[in-house]
Design a protein around this ligand. Structure first.
Ligand code: ATR
Length: 268
């Protein structure tokens, strides 16, 4: 049976095995999907051993997306743009690296939440690994403006400069953010560290859609704040399922229906 894994550290919490098991059942594909915890300094060795042993594909999660970018022998254009890889696929002539995170976010925003991104004023909070992968896919949707705001403003400005050829993107410090925005996406790791996010008052307000790329307890501080300010609040569970569906498509040539899987995960 074709074997797939999600590689991370830690990886015990990953919901990817459950998602891909549901995709496999739904599409009638016979495959095995497991978790693989690699040592923090041992991604390359773990991935090499997995593919040498006949593994067909891998999802890559924190903290290994940059390692996977270096490991892949070929890259899709969107992985090259993101500078990070979350999906590896065995090919006859090597290992292909792809990045489905941005497509997953856009699919969730447009397809599941019904948001119009064309002409929207979008604020992306954070300029780390999670933010990198979604800038180009957001700009492709032709927002009126995309502001990247980060605690360390230089990182936001650098990230914006990298993508300035693709659309109206600017980088700034968190405290200098000026709205109004239609959509505010949290791509920081502040709540993972149990810290608060110094977003100016008024950015989250009625009529604003707030979105946290994390899900579960990690998303809650930002979403609770959004709700308290009267904004609509959405976690990143839909993005997780959508990026998985894009990976499944790359591996199996079939894109599973995501809505029933999102509903099942929410219910469990
Ligand atoms: P990831 O891959 O999860 O994005 P990362 O590359 O370490 O991890 O980036 C973490 C992001 O969260 C950064 O944008 C970071 O801001 P800095 O660049 O200023 O470090 C942001 N972040 C983490 N804790 C934060 C906090 N308490 N307030 C605001 N931003 C925070």
């Amino acid at each position: 049976m074709d074997r797939y894994v999600v590689i991370g550290n830690p990886v015990a919490h990953s919901r990817s095995p459950e998602i891909h098991a549901r995709f496999a059942r739904q599409t009638g594909e016979a495959l095995q999907y497991e978790r693989l915890e690699a040592p923090r300094d041992g991604f390359g060795a773990a991935a090499h051993a997995f593919f040498l042993g006949g593994g067909r594909g891998a999802n890559v999660t924190l903290p290994f997306k940059a390692d996977a970018f270096a490991f892949a022998s070929q890259l899709t254009p969107r992985a090259r743009l993101a500078g990070a890889v979350n999906t590896l696929a065995a090919r006859d002539d090597g290992i292909l690296g792809d990045n489905t995170d941005g497509a997953g976010l856009v699919a969730d925003l447009k397809g599941n939440l019904g948001l119009a991104l064309a002409g929207a004023r979008v604020l992306l909070v954070g300029a780390g690994g999670a933010a990198h992968g979604v800038v180009a896919p957001l700009l492709v949707e032709r927002p009126a403006r995309l502001v990247i705001a980060n605690r360390t403003s230089a990182r936001a400005r650098e990230l914006a400069a990298r993508f300035s050829a693709l659309g109206p993107v600017e980088g700034t410090g968190l405290e200098s953010v000026r709205g109004p925005f239609d959509l505010v996406v949290n791509a920081t790791s502040s709540s993972t560290h149990g810290e608060s996010l110094a977003l100016p008052d008024g950015v989250l307000a009625p009529g604003v859609v707030a979105y946290d790329m994390a899900y579960g307890p990690s998303a809650e501080p930002f979403l609770a704040r959004a709700r308290a300010a009267g904004a609509a609040a959405n976690d990143g569970l839909g993005m997780l399922v959508e990026q998985a569906a894009e990976s499944f498509l790359l591996w199996r040539g079939k894109r599973p229906a995501t809505a029933p899987v999102i509903a099942a995960l929410r219910a469990s």
